[in-house]
Write a new protein. Structure first.
Length: 271
């Protein structure tokens, strides 16, 4: 994993970096495996409170490695008439194949994930950023749902991840044109959470702020927000909201939050 992705954890904040900088962090098979492995590890990391996902060098992620497209052009990689069994084999409990899990695993991590985007986030790289809960983006970053350029559709969970962020017609326009847009436009249309001169520095500062909150409440909030973005009926969301709140009220960390606020001091939460 270390030749593609590094993970450093300090104070409950995981600093996850794509480190294939000579290729603008493009997605080859090794990068796919490293990203899934990092995400799966963080799902059960003790004491984890927030994650920052960023790319080393000139870019966040330039998308699929050019070698894959060259194989497609030569006919080495073909879809063919695959059976339902072949298409469903090896999928996760959520239904994701390996490429989709590269991006979707970050939604499954139980704490907030912030993507810090600079340079380019194209195609699969853009979908990777969508997998984060928040996107802190440089104003001059260049992003695109680029798959149509190669005669393809976004297939790394992009359709699922875009639907809760932008209007339907915006998602369609970006998917059908493949046009490149800036960080500023991403903020305007709902694909960026914040525009920053230094996305990684601001993402790490934000993550440290989150790490100072009640970790049980933060995790409960992510579970509820993920559920609210699904097709779950309103009654189920209401019920889960109540269950989470009942569990939190009177718990050690919730009492500490109230006490610290009343005493006007910083809380000391247990993991």
């Amino acid at each position: 994993m270390n030749d593609r992705v590094t993970v450093e954890i300090e104070g409950g904040v995981a600093d996850v970096r794509l480190v294939r900088s000579d290729k603008m962090n493009a997605l080859d098979n090794a990068m796919f495996e490293a990203l899934v492995a990092a995400g799966e590890r963080l799902k059960s990391e003790p004491g984890l409170r927030a994650v920052v996902l960023s790319g080393e060098g000139r870019a966040f992620c330039a998308g699929l490695d050019m070698g894959n497209f060259q194989q497609m052009a030569s006919g080495e990689r073909g879809g063919g008439d695959r059976t339902v069994g072949e298409l469903t084999r090896g999928r996760t409990a959520a239904g994701a194949n390996r490429a989709q899990q590269v991006c979707y695993v970050w939604r499954e991590i139980p704490v907030p994930v912030i993507a810090a985007v600079h340079g380019v986030a194209l195609g699969g790289g853009f979908q990777l950023a969508l997998g984060a809960d928040l996107r802190f983006v440089a104003p001059d970053a260049r992003m695109a749902v680029l798959e149509i350029k190669w005669g393809l559709v976004p297939d790394m969970a992009g359709m699922v991840l875009m639907r809760g962020l932008v209007r339907d017609d915006v998602a369609r326009e970006l998917t059908w044109t493949g046009r490149i847009f800036s960080g500023e436009e991403a903020l305007a249309i709902g694909l960026a959470s914040r525009v920053c001169a230094d996305p990684r520095a601001e993402a790490l500062a934000f993550a440290r702020e989150i790490a100072g909150k009640n970790p049980q409440a933060i995790r409960a909030g992510k579970r509820l927000l993920n559920l609210a973005q699904s097709d779950a009926p309103v009654a189920q969301i209401f019920l889960e909201e109540t269950r989470e709140q009942v569990t939190l009220i009177g718990s050690k960390n919730q009492v500490e939050a109230v006490t610290a606020n009343l005493q006007k001091r910083e809380p000391a939460f247990a993991d």
